[in-house]
Unconditional design. Structure first.
Length: 479
């Protein structure tokens, strides 16, 4: 029996490592093609032409008082000529709405709209009296959650394309130009969604909603997440875009065809993984209508977000992600291995089912089984150490390659010591995997128990507070 489980674990390990290697190869091919093609693009032509499609940028805001003014300022400064910003105040209990109203001289206006997709009651639509803020629309509505707020923004929008973002994120000025490019380039099939790279803003110097200088996080948890995000976006999603199996556009920033989004029913109100569930539902809708379509991915860094810096907040986030994953997979189990849904059904869905959902559970079971064998004195130590060294070396190599891959292409961390510190973290990160596996198990248990809602959010400091803390930390170290 011991030998049987040992062989099973070894085979699963080889299978997982092989899949990661293949994804890395596909990602490198796709990224090489993108960079070569992108070198001939003149983004300024998209700004100057009056034919650029109109875009609505929708940002839900719930109790974002600390950062809301800076974030709205950043959104209004996006480098594009035909867009509007829709801020959705989702029944905030702090002074978020009052701050926006006072800062931008908002007044309530008569605004006709239809509840084409479900959302809580909209109490009012506000526009600025100042003509310089004519791009800004603010919705005040009853609390309903992020997905509900995005649906409200889509109902208000009049644009053919909508961008969903987190109000507490920092968007790079040229993001819209890059996100919209696939909608203009691809003519033989309909593009229904594009997503891009999400980066971590913790410990960066942020002033009035703009990043002045980029640094790796000082705390170990955010630094570990830098490696995780780099792998997930540059290697994972880049490859799945190439394979036409992309199932997720990050809720932090994504662009969608509005009519397809509405026809598919909008964001789901009964899941905490609304970003993945929406992409799956839109793809199902297009496949069942037999319409050629594409969901694509832009490897340029487009959005910067604050991540949990303490273990309690990280646990809430990761258990919520797991619940969202299980809910989305369960809702759309019809896709599994169905040729009708193309590579999504034959490759994308099975991968997420076996590697994103089942793998952490199997890993947790394997770690528990190994611990029991060690306690009982039945562990095959030579085999265990050999397997551990093999997996550890591969994990470190994959993370190191991801960091170097990013530096070769986009080079966001300009200081050499930041890159070296990231690579050093790669040697420590594999020892943190049992924590992630534990969070995955807890998330599955919460799903089975029927837990609903987000379960609380991360304790966000706000960018200015983080800057002040960072400067104080640096000054103390210099004394």
């Amino acid at each position: 029996m011991n030998s049987f489980f040992t062989n099973i674990i070894f085979i699963i390990t080889l299978f997982i490592i092989g899949s990661y290697l293949l994804l890395g190869i596909f990602s490198a091919l796709r990224l090489r093609k993108y960079l070569r093609k992108n070198s001939f693009v003149n983004y300024n032509s998209l700004v100057s032409t009056p034919l650029s499609p109109r875009v609505s940028v929708i940002a839900p805001a719930y109790n974002e008082s600390q950062t809301i003014i800076d974030n709205v300022r950043t959104l209004l400064s996006l480098y594009y000529n035909n867009f509007e910003v829709i801020i959705v105040n989702d029944g905030s209990t702090d002074d978020t709405f009052k701050k926006i109203k006072d800062a931008y001289k908002l007044v309530k206006v008569n605004y006709y709209f239809d509840y084409r997709i479900p959302c809580e009651r909209i109490r009012g639509v506000y526009r600025s009296e100042d003509p310089s803020f004519n791009r800004l629309t603010v919705i005040d509505k009853k609390n309903g959650g992020k997905a509900d707020s995005l649906n409200a923004g889509v109902n208000i929008s009049r644009s053919p394309l909508v961008v969903s973002i987190d109000a507490d994120s920092i968007i790079e000025p040229g993001s819209l130009l890059k996100l919209i490019k696939p909608f203009l380039e691809i003519k033989d099939r309909k593009v229904i969604g594009t997503g891009g790279v999400i980066r971590i803003v913790n410990s960066c110097d942020v002033e009035k909603g703009f990043i002045r200088s980029i640094h790796i996080p000082e705390k170990i948890l955010p630094r570990l997440q830098v490696l995780e995000y780099t792998r997930a976006f540059l290697l994972g999603r880049m490859a799945w875009s190439h394979l036409d199996g992309l199932m997720l556009i990050s809720g932090a920033m994504g662009m969608f065809d509005r009519e397809t989004l509405v026809a598919a029913g909008g964001y789901s109100l009964d899941t905490v993984g609304e970003d993945m569930e929406l992409v799956l539902r839109m793809r199902r809708y297009m496949a069942e209508k037999e319409i050629d379509y594409e969901v694509t991915y832009i490897p340029d860094p487009l959005c910067w977000t604050e991540v949990p810096s303490d273990i309690k907040s990280l646990k809430r986030q990761r258990t919520r992600w797991t619940r969202g994953l299980v809910e989305s997979l369960a809702k759309h189990k019809k896709i599994f291995l169905r040729r009708k849904y193309g590579r999504l059904g034959l490759l994308g869905y099975p991968y997420w089912l076996f590697f994103e959902w089942m793998a952490p559970l199997i890993a947790f079971g394997g770690m528990a089984y190994t611990l029991i064998l060690a306690i009982l004195g039945m562990l095959n130590w030579p085999f265990f150490l050999l397997l551990f060294l093999f997996i550890y070396s591969f994990a470190v190599s994959l993370s190191t390659w991801s960091v170097l891959f990013e530096e070769i292409t986009f080079h966001k961390y300009e200081r050499r010591r930041d890159v070296i510190r990231l690579i050093m973290v790669a040697f420590f990160e594999p020892f943190f995997y049992p924590v992630h596996a534990t969070f995955a198990v807890i998330g599955n248990i919460q799903y089975l128990l029927g837990k609903q809602g987000w379960g609380g959010g991360a304790d966000r400091r706000g960018f200015e507070m983080e800057n002040n803390r960072r400067k104080k930390f640096n000054n103390n170290n210099q004394v």
